[in-house]
Design a protein around this ligand. Structure first.
Ligand code: PEP
Length: 250
């Protein structure tokens, strides 16, 4: 039987001031105590400026906090960047790494790999994002592309680090577009990601999430797939009621 507990993580991207984030946390905590506790783990990934506020807002709840990125160096002359130690000191436990919006801005597979190392080596959890473009899918390159992204990112990850690792399969054509992958497409890609990850870590232990226009209406069907262990949610995570509905669907 699988030992994997589902994870629903909300990526707020460049939304939410500290003030708005505090209100979100307070509303979400009220929802948490109404009705059954969701079986899924829940994480919220605010912008750096709201990390500490959100960590405080969720301090007495099981919700954990992740940053949306982390620098690969421990410290130094890297203007505008944030280190793993700073993220941890703000009360967060993890970081998203290699989101397609950062890869589009020039982040390479090698840099993603270094960030994964830094995060896991510093005791943070890592939510590694991988995914193909529509052009790659139409050219039949999805499997090889995902395999390369996963292999480069996990090259130096040790088996005992797998516990802190989740991999989010996020087809670029489904992010923020309203076009969700069908459950079959998402399942097939997540199973592939899991099998490639299994070259480095225990495939049964690593969580593979799906991300791309997940909403309360489509979450249950996606999360019912055997290789989908949760969701990375963008737009719908900005509304506490929607994020809770997705977590309860998991
Ligand atoms: C994301 O940003 O990781 C994402 C999946 O966004 P959305 O849910 O809005 O498609």
């Amino acid at each position: 039987m699988s030992r994997r507990i589902p994870l629903v993580a909300g990526n707020w991207k460049m939304h939410m001031t500290s003030h708005e984030a505090r209100e979100f946390a307070s509303e979400f905590c009220s929802l948490l105590v109404q009705g059954d506790a969701p079986a899924a783990e829940i994480a919220v990934c605010p912008p750096f400026t709201a990390l500490e506020t959100v960590a405080q807002g969720f301090a007495t709840s099981p919700v954990w906090i992740a940053a949306q990125d982390v620098h690969e160096q421990a410290s130094g002359a890297h203007t505008g960047e944030i280190s793993a130690a700073m993220i941890a000191a703000a009360g967060a436990e993890g970081a998203i790494i290699g989101h397609s919006e950062r890869r589009e801005a020039g982040e390479t597979d090698a840099r993603v790999a270094a960030k994964v190392q830094r995060a896991l080596g510093s005791g943070l959890r890592a939510i590694l994002c991988v995914g193909e473009s529509l052009k790659q899918r139409e050219a039949g390159e999805t499997e090889s592309w995902l395999a390369t992204q996963v292999r480069v990112a996990l090259a130096d990850v040790t088996a005992d680090q797998a516990e802190g690792l989740s991999i989010a399969y996020e087809p670029i054509w489904a992010i923020g577009t309203g076009k969700t992958a069908t459950p079959e497409i998402a399942q097939e890609a997540c199973a592939h990601v899991r099998s490639i990850a299994g070259e480095f870590v225990d495939a049964n232990a690593v969580r593979v999430l799906y991300g791309g226009s997940v909403k309360p209406e489509n979450a249950a069907e996606l999360l019912a797939q055997p290789d989908i262990d949760g969701a990375l949610v963008g737009g719908a995570s900005l509304d506490p009621v929607s994020l809770m509905a997705i977590a309860r669907a998991a």
